[in-house]
Write a protein that binds this ligand. Structure first.
Ligand SMILES: Cc1cc2nc3c(=O)[nH]c(=O)nc-3n(C[C@H](O)[C@H](O)[C@H](O)COP(=O)(O)OP(=O)(O)OC[C@H]3O[C@@H](n4cnc5c(N)ncnc54)[C@H](O)[C@@H]3O)c2cc1C
Length: 455
């Protein structure tokens, strides 16, 4: 293995190859609990495409596994090290190369942090809509790796809809350019889309052309209190059926509300069973919110409180963004699920999760990108208690089974990674898995890129 380190160092600056075990151990895992992580041989932090190519050529020559990483905020174990691998952290490739207001695109390196890009394009009167709650930490490369969603996706769509073209270093070190920067383009298969959500198993993204939109007006939000999660879900259906296009439609259940208050003293109402947060970034958001508020009341909301201004609206969003972090503090360990169902089945999903929690005697808090039908049931448990840990794992699995039974998917935005590997075949079926394995073999015949993830 000394040879591998020597070979890596031959084509990289000294500081770019880290072998100190204490430091490399800190790169071993992402933020998913309950996922195995191996011990890396080295962590490599390249700054150029040529350096990434050197890493991949070395890995291929020596048959060493490579795990691409962004900011390691992933929630599926997808960025976890495997024993003896090279961790390839793209964080230092963090330049915004171009912002073009005519073509409405940005060209970025993979290590650019989502919020940094959002702020940079905002200065030019533009927006990059995909906004995961982790936007202050997560990278565009990681967002592409997972096919990330976020809060405003209910109106603007997810990462896949904004990635126009990619530069990708393949397993053997070749550089592939996919896609376009033009408004249209249909030459050949859509390899760009194939890479989005491929979780580092097909190639290493080293550059991305992403679409931008004109910056919308500041959004105005409201919060509605409901006596049950099912009533809040009925309001979501009424809002969508009524033809409304909110820029945000999020749900927090009672456990989540209490967890956020406990962590950040946000003053959210604790006497309610569910909160719906909604916002509009339209020319007359107050009028749109009034119409939406009326639908909430008709669905059983006990209180509908509009924010006074954009700053108060941002505070409400802040509360929602803190939800997962706050729920993680409810117990010594959590498993965060990510099941997306058709919106019309959202109420059944939430009632079903509550029944699973009761059956297993566990706390399961739910926050959701409700407008997308994307739920995040967070199973809270004591990791030091083997019996409770077993029940937590069973609950986690039952939640995925419920999602599939309701016509949904096991993962709306966090990816399969390690956490949901055993479930992929249940969603795709044998033919789907066989074809996907075939695609993996075309790009990575030696199986060196992020082995053991997804399949
Ligand atoms: C508090 C919190 C809130 C969150 N909220 C959301 C949310 O609202 N929506 C959402 O979708 N997710 C959310 N997440 C999950 C996570 O932030 C996203 O999955 C994010 O896209 C991961 O980005 P990252 O830079 O941290 O990537 P990592 O975790 O480092 O990697 C993620 C995957 O992408 C691969 N990868 C990374 N970089 C590259 C590259 N350059 N080339 C090829 N593959 C690569 C990795 O191998 C891995 O499989 C949240 C996480 C936390 C902790």
């Amino acid at each position: 293995m000394g040879d591998v380190i020597e070979m890596l160092r031959a084509g990289l600056p000294a500081a770019a190859v880290v072998t100190d075990p204490e430091v490399t151990a800190s790169y071993a895992r992402d933020m998913a609990g309950f996922s195995a992580a191996g011990v890396p041989l080295a962590v490599v932090l390249p700054r150029t495409v040529a350096e990434v190519q050197h890493v991949m050529r070395t890995a291929t020559a020596e048959r060493v596994a490579v795990v691409p990483q962004g900011a390691r905020t992933g929630l599926s174990g997808g960025a976890n090290a495997v024993d003896g691998c090279i961790v390839l952290s793209l964080r230092k490739m963090d330049r915004i190369l171009e912002i073009d207001p005519v073509d409405r695109v940005a060209v970025v390196e993979p290590g650019v942090v989502n919020a940094v890009l959002s702020r940079a394009v905002a200065e030019r009167g533009l927006s990059y809509p995909p906004d995961p709650s982790s936007w202050e930490q997560c990278t565009i490369g990681g967002n592409i790796g997972t096919g990330a969603g976020g809060l405003c996706c209910v109106k603007y769509g997810v990462t896949a809809e904004y990635v126009l073209g990619l530069d990708v270093v393949l397993a053997d070190g070749r550089l592939l350019s996919t896609g376009r920067r033009t408004a249209k383009g249909v030459a050949g298969y859509d390899l760009t889309r194939l890479f989005v959500g491929s979780e580092g198993t097909l190639g290493v993204v080293v550059k991305a052309v992403v679409a931008l939109r004109p910056a919308p007006p500041p959004q105005l939000a409201l919060v509605a209190e409901f006596p049950s999660a099912a009533a809040a879900c009925a309001a979501v259906c009424a809002i969508m059926e009524g033809g409304h296009v909110p820029s945000l439609l999020e749900l927090m259940d009672a456990t989540t509300i209490r967890a956020v208050n406990a962590m950040a003293q946000m003053g959210l109402p604790e006497s309610t069973e569910a909160l719906l947060l909604a916002a509009f970034d339209t020319p007359d958001p107050a009028a749109d919110l009034a119409a939406l508020g009326a639908l909430c009341t008709a669905a059983g909301a006990t209180e509908v409180v509009p924010a006074q201004d954009a700053a108060e609206s941002e505070l409400l969003l802040q509360a929602r963004r803190l939800s997962l972090t706050a729920l993680e503090k409810v117990s010594t360990a959590t498993m965060i699920d990510d099941v997306c169902v058709p919106r019309g089945r959202l109420g059944e999903m939430l009632d079903g999760v509550a029944a699973i929690a009761e059956r297993h005697g566990l706390t399961i808090g739910v926050c959701a990108h409700a407008g997308d039908g994307n739920t995040h049931p967070v199973v809270c448990f004591d990791a030091h208690d083997p019996e409770e840990s077993r029940r937590a794992r069973e609950s986690f699995d039952e939640i995925m089974a419920l999602g599939l039974a309701l016509g949904g998917t096991i993962t709306g935005e966090h990816g399969v990674g390690l956490l949901k590997r055993d479930w992929l075949a249940r969603e795709l079926g044998p033919t789907g898995v066989e074809l996907q394995r075939g695609i993996k073999a075309v790009f990575d015949p030696l199986g060196l890129l992020n082995p053991g993830k997804v399949f």
